[in-house]
Design a protein around this ligand. Sequence first.
Ligand SMILES: NC(=O)c1ccc[n+]([C@@H]2O[C@H](COP(=O)([O-])OP(=O)(O)OC[C@H]3O[C@@H](n4cnc5c(N)ncnc54)[C@H](O)[C@@H]3O)[C@@H](O)[C@H]2O)c1
Length: 285
Amino acid sequence: MAIKTIGIVGAGQMGSGIAQVAATSHFHVIMSDISEALVERGKSNISTSLDRMVQKEKITPPQKRDIMDRIEGIVDMGEMKGADFIIEAATENEGLKLSIFKELDGICGKEIILSSNTSSLSITKIASATTRPEKVIGMHFMNPVPAMELVEIIKGLATSDETFRTTKGLAEKLGKTPVEANDFPGFISNRILIPMINEAIYTLFEGVGDADAIDTVMKLGMNHPMGPLALADLIGLDTVLAILNTLYQGLGDPKYRPCPLLKKYVDAGYLGRKTGRGFFSYEKT
Ligand SMILES: NC(=O)c1ccc[n+]([C@@H]2O[C@H](COP(=O)([O-])OP(=O)(O)OC[C@H]3O[C@@H](n4cnc5c(N)ncnc54)[C@H](O)[C@@H]3O)[C@@H](O)[C@H]2O)c1
């Protein structure tokens, strides 16, 4: 079946980024969130991002309009029935994702692939909430989606080869480079990245260096384009903590213990760029 319409659950930074890329690649997009206001915020973020592309003359104003016209915002999940492929990009919380997949399983036709953009959660477990585990797969985009080339693709225990091939083909149609990873907590990307970020937070917590020093060492000394604390702020500190908890519990190794300072920041509502404050402060947009 040809994929024409992509359903995206969650209009946060990842959901809106995936919607932008899908609509730019000429797919029709149905994007949901839990309120009209959040759907509108997602659309407005896409519009701002496309405006920057117009300014850089990468797209024309009519092209921007066409891209926006291909994105339909919804709150009623029942409307996902019109989608040919689902990408779930809601908050990183296992209980939430299990209930979303159970709901989608009841709404979408049996032939529809249900994929998750989860950063760390078990695809096998998410698939178990459905009656079609062979059609459930991980499709892990990177942030910011329009700029980052990689998509990790994760097969759960029951995911079929056909589901894998279709998902890989879709990633390529979206202009991305797919890489297969096995279904273990954090897959490849976050198994490596998130412990490094956690260690950077411990380095701050223990007073080895301040936030500027830590990020400068990693940028100038290790040639990273972005320091680990600024990257944590970009990912969202709530998401970083959720991924660490998945690594800690899923792998049962104390080396993944989340730094207490990270927990304190999340408790305070310092979630990084999305709230204007994390390890660094940001002008709210
Ligand atoms: N932030 C990153 O760098 C990054 C990178 C790759 C993958 N991810 C993953 O992508 C997913 C989303 O992360 P994000 O950074 O966009 O978070 P976010 O907080 O920006 O957005 C999450 C959105 O999901 C919405 N949501 C919650 N419950 C919902 C429901 N039942 N139906 C529809 N929408 C619902 C929230 O209202 C929110 O708008 C998570 O699984 C995360 O682990 C994040």
